[in-house]
Design a protein. Structure first.
Length: 259
């Protein structure tokens, strides 16, 4: 198998049913080519890992999918519809949610307020916060994902790093209708907390979510991903199903030793 060959996705969904389809995504910054004709499909209930060294273009690609950057060329399709995001809020309105390393959570607020941050539920006719409903909906979601926290009303500052990460993932799950993107979701966590967060990610898969995860942790990629795609210096080296590759092959693709 050649390094540049892309193995087909292990799904039978038609293009119209795919939460995410990228076609020829290219990004130039002046004379610099940051991403060069990147293609990818992510199916419902599938976890695809995006890997590559620092500077490979992973963050740029995530910013394109999430609306922070507009591609120089190429197409973004969500659920069979071509999209041209104006900005990140536009991408969120179309069902794309991102869990960043900094989590974007507010320590002084309870869990349920963090879940609805910027999208608070209100009661008519005066527009007061519907705290009871938000707490109830949050508790239902964390129970469904088996996120083990004292209560939806617990202060975020009282939670561990793993619990906070799980809340950020739960929030993305609640609002995403097409895709959840995770940027190094366990980079700052210990072994035990990493395992708990990975359990939550796998529960998203079981719920039918489409997940794109950026990770430097190759062991994690093999534990939870269905497929992996490799970027090197802005170029997509190849895409593999995890069952058909090895740690050594992926390292060689990332470093360029297999070219």
């Amino acid at each position: 198998m050649s390094t540049t060959e892309n193995t087909s996705a292990p799904h039978t969904a038609s293009p119209a049913d795919l939460p995410l389809r990228l076609v020829g995504i290219t990004k130039h910054f002046g004379g610099i080519i940051a991403i060069n004709r990147f293609d990818l499909e992510v199916a419902p209930g599938e976890i695809v890992a995006l890997v590559g060294d620092n500077g490979a273009g992973k963050s740029t690609l995530v910013k394109i999918i999430s609306g922070l950057y507009q591609p120089t060329d190429g197409e973004i399709w969500l659920d069979g519809k071509r999209e041209n995001f104006r900005d990140a809020s536009d991408a969120r309105s179309k069902g794309v949610e991102v869990v960043y390393q900094d989590l974007a959570l507010v320590d002084q607020q309870p869990v349920y307020m963090n879940l609805f941050l910027g999208r608070e539920l209100t009661r008519a006719p005066f527009g007061t916060l519907d705290r009871k409903r938000m707490a109830k909906d949050t508790q239902s979601l964390v129970d469904d994902l088996d996120v083990r926290i004292p209560s939806a009303k617990a202060a975020l500052s009282d939670l561990s790093g793993g619990q906070r990460q799980a809340i950020a993932i739960a929030r993305a799950t609640h609002w995403a209708s097409s895709l959840v993107i995770m940027d190094e979701p366990t980079a700052a966590l210990g072994v035990a907390e990493t395992a708990k967060v990975e359990e939550v990610i796998l529960k998203l898969k079981a719920r039918g979510a489409a997940v794109l995860i950026v990770s430097h942790n190759m062991d994690q990629v093999f534990r939870i991903a269905d497929r992996v795609t490799v970027l090197r210096r802005g170029t997509q080296v190849g895409t593999r199903t995890l069952a058909d590759t090895t740690h050594n092959e992926l390292v060689a693709m990332i470093t360029g030793l297999s070219s």
